[in-house]
Ligand binder design. Structure first.
Ligand code: MG
Length: 412
């Protein structure tokens, strides 16, 4: 049974950090940014097909389109396209040289306007940014009003139009800002998901490029509604763990909270693994490798932890996630390893058979570099895991039950 993996669909594991409380997130994207600035600088370009890119392209055929005006887009010109093809499609296009200094200044002005709102903010590029409006907006009406004020202030201060998406999750907000471009505001709520995704091209989902769309097409998926109307288990069956990602995305279950850069909430790895209930040894070995790679990340990123989580998904898609915590922070490999094995071991012989294993650390604390290196070198290499002693030991540490829902948290 060939399932697609995360790598195959370029899906980002982080995307499951969905706190159950509903949040109001905003994504702002400056419309055809570079071209808009060039038209501001030279109003004669207004209403004309403008391409910002390599000005000698007509002679040497080199370069790619950085961005272009809507008048050029109707000819099929878009950013990233080879200049040679762009000029074939739109021979009358006016090529303008880029001016990063100017773009940077205007982008900074816009980011400063938004910073004044003093809400969690995350810039995702020179022309796009996420804001968490939850602290200052009680409902979408207030958010829409605020969006209008933001757009007006950006027009007044920087003379640029932007498009805004407002939605419960970050990904949906980004889909929203792209939905009614240019100069648009789009609200996506859990109630409007079906209509938003109706007949929407799959490439409108952030992260799905041409290649991925081709692969999905082979599996019978061309528009978002086709994903929206399928069950999670169907999608996982057809697309592997990426199927779960797409399901969560179109149902508003992906990351909905902006986590300031650098503040990692957890370190976790999970992998599809077909485990046979009769061969626990092999499952243990695989889990051990998964533990090692996750532990390496924990140490490399200079964290210590108090909580270990183990996840197992069975055939039929039932998923169990178990965590246990200890009162103090540690990086002791043996301690963390035995905690992880105690969590997973009871489930390895489950008759349903395994489909996915996962291990993670949370309740993280940054450690000082010196201590990190010392611990790393003093750490003795673990001996072989002994099932029997594990079973005997199972009762020791305090256990905190979590609900069945898998949580593959990472920082955004
Ligand atoms: Mg833009």
């Amino acid at each position: 049974m060939s399932n697609f993996s995360y790598e195959e669909f370029n899906v980002d594991e982080e995307e499951y950090d969905n706190e159950n409380e509903s949040r109001i997130n905003l994504h702002l994207d400056i419309d055809y940014f570079f071209a808009q600035v060039e038209i501001l600088k030279n109003p004669e370009l207004k209403g004309k097909p403008v391409i910002v890119g390599h000005t000698e392209a007509r002679k040497d055929g080199r370069g790619v389109v950085l961005t272009c005006s809507y008048e050029a887009r109707v000819f099929g010109v878009h950013s990233g396209l080879a200049m040679k093809i762009a000029l074939d499609r739109c021979p009358d296009a006016i090529i303008v040289k880029s001016d990063y200094q100017e773009y940077k200044e205007r982008s900074n002005k816009i980011m400063n306007i938004l910073r004044n709102l003093e809400v969690p903010m995350r810039q995702a590029g020179i022309d796009e940014v996420y804001l968490d409006l939850t602290p200052i907006c009680d409902d979408y009406q207030q958010a829409v009003k605020l969006a209008a004020d933001i757009k007006q202030e950006i027009i007044d201060e920087v003379q640029l139009t932007v498009s805004i998406g407002i939605a419960p999750t970050l990904k949906l907000a980004k889909i929203g800002s792209d939905y009614n471009k240019p100069d648009g505001v789009t609200i996506i709520t859990h109630n409007t998901l079906e209509s938003i995704f109706d007949k929407l091209a799959l490439t409108k989902i952030p992260g799905i490029g041409k290649k991925t769309a081709e692969r999905l097409k082979k599996k019978g998926f061309v528009t978002c509604d086709q994903i929206f109307h399928r069950s999670k288990s169907d999608l996982i069956n057809l697309l592997g763990s990426s199927g779960e990602y797409f399901y969560r995305l179109v149902h508003g279950e992906t990351t909905n909270r902006i986590v300031p850069r650098g503040e990692r909430k957890s370190v976790s790895h999970s992998r599809t693994f077909v485990g046979d209930p009769g061969d626990i040894e092999r499952s243990m070995e695989y889990f051990d490798k998964l533990f090692d790679s996750t532990y390496e990340t924990l140490i490399k990123e200079e964290f210590s932890t108090k909580t270990v989580t183990a996840t197992v998904r069975f055939n039929g898609f039932d998923t169990i996630t178990r965590s246990q915590s200890i009162p103090h922070y540690t990086t002791e490999r043996a301690t963390l390893r035995s905690m992880a094995f105690q969590l997973i071991e009871p489930h390895l012989s489950d008759e349903r058979g395994i489909r996915l294993l996962g291990v993670g650390f949370s309740n993280l604390k940054k450690r000082d570099a010196l201590q990190t290196s010392l611990d790393f070198f003093t750490e003795d290499m673990p001996e072989k895991i002994d099932i029997e002693s594990l079973r005997a030991e199972r009762t020791k540490p305090e256990v905190i039950e979590v609900e069945e829902e898998p949580s593959l948290d990472d920082y955004f």
